[in-house]
Design a protein around this ligand. Structure first.
Ligand code: C2E
Ligand code: CA
Ligand code: CA
Ligand code: CA
Length: 273
């Protein structure tokens, strides 16, 4: 048998997938045991569509893996959810981001939370304690949840979001348009903002894509919701989205996610302009 045949007929067997997952879990556990050594939080600026001013940042988790280098969360958040580590991980991100963002008094801090965190009825208490402990203004914190979080146990989730709102924390519906029954969610759930998914932003230069974004913008306006476009990469996208009524923009056109000190530097240079 030659090597070529083996590649052609190679399919990873279940055993191998499980082994890979086990090793990811084990490594993730180790990373969590010494969070500050391997885990990082980067921040992506979010800008006002009208003035271009930085109004907030989104915290994005990174794992500085000893062998694989800087890893995107896309590859390990799900593993953390499956093996029960997501709450520890999520709380670490929240604490770290709240501490870093102390350097940026005027900015809103957006943090992604997993459906598993939101489904825990104690979640608002955890958030409340963190805010109290750090002396943070709750209205500066925004939690980003995806529609997936609203699909199961949606009554519990609605209650959790209502309690977070009582604390003064706001909530954004992330990746809007990619999940199911989006429309009923924005009616039933106390969200303050929707974030148009990058896949729609990418498509605004085509006619159906443009119409979809306009429909989402109208929906946001009719419901009094703030609207952020994510994954904005070109000036043409920016102009279209601003004209359509997006309030804020986020994407590589403005900045990639960067370490905390780079945000501090951006704010300093904006001040002295
Ligand atoms: P997301 O919340 O939709 O975050 C936006 C993602 O798009 C980020 O990927 C960001 O780096 C990327 N992005 C931003 N602007 C652009 C652009 O102009 N072009 C392109 N191509 N990409 C852009 P990232 O950092 O790899 O994160 C992937 C996902 O992992 C996030 O998607 C979020 O769902 C999840 N995630 C990240 N951090 C956390 C966390 O602390 N907790 C939880 N539960 N999930 C997290
Ligand atoms: Ca997000
Ligand atoms: Ca998103
Ligand atoms: Ca996404």
């Amino acid at each position: 048998m030659d090597g070529r045949d083996r590649y052609v007929f190679f399919t990873p067997d279940l055993d191998e997938i499980v082994r890979h997952r086990d090793s990811t879990n084990r490594e993730l556990r180790q990373a969590l045991a010494s969070c500050d050594e391997q885990l990082r939080v980067h921040y992506q600026p979010i800008c006002c569509a009208q003035t271009g001013e930085i109004t907030g940042v989104e915290a994005l988790l990174r794992w500085q893996h000893p062998i694989h280098g800087l890893m995107s969360p896309a590859g390990f958040i799900q593993a953390a959810e499956e093996c029960g580590l997501i709450e520890v991980l999520g709380n670490w991100v929240l604490r770290k981001a709240l501490a870093d963002a102390r350097e940026w008094p005027g900015l809103r801090l957006a943090v992604n939370v997993s459906p598993i965190q939101v489904r825990n009825r104690a979640f608002p208490d955890v958030i409340g304690e963190m805010l109290a402990a750090s002396g943070w203004d709750p209205t500066r914190l925004e939690l980003e949840i995806t529609e997936t979080a609203l699909m199961t146990r949606s009554q519990d989730v609605a209650e959790t979001l209502a309690r977070l709102r009582e604390l003064g924390v706001s909530c954004a519906l992330d990746d809007f348009g990619t999940g199911y029954s989006s429309l009923s969610h924005i009616r039933d759930i106390a969200v303050d903002r929707i974030k148009i998914d990058r896949s729609f932003v990418n498509a605004v230069e085509s006619r159906p894509g443009a119409a979809l974004v306009e429909a989402i913008a109208n929906l946001a306006r009719a419901n009094g919701l703030l609207l952020t476009a994510e994954g904005v990469e070109t000036q043409a996208q920016f102009e279209f989205l601003r004209a359509a009524g997006c309030h804020e923009m986020q994407g590589y056109l403005l900045s990639r996610p960067v370490p905390a000190h780079a945000i501090t530097r951006m704010l300093e240079s904006a001040d002295t302009r």
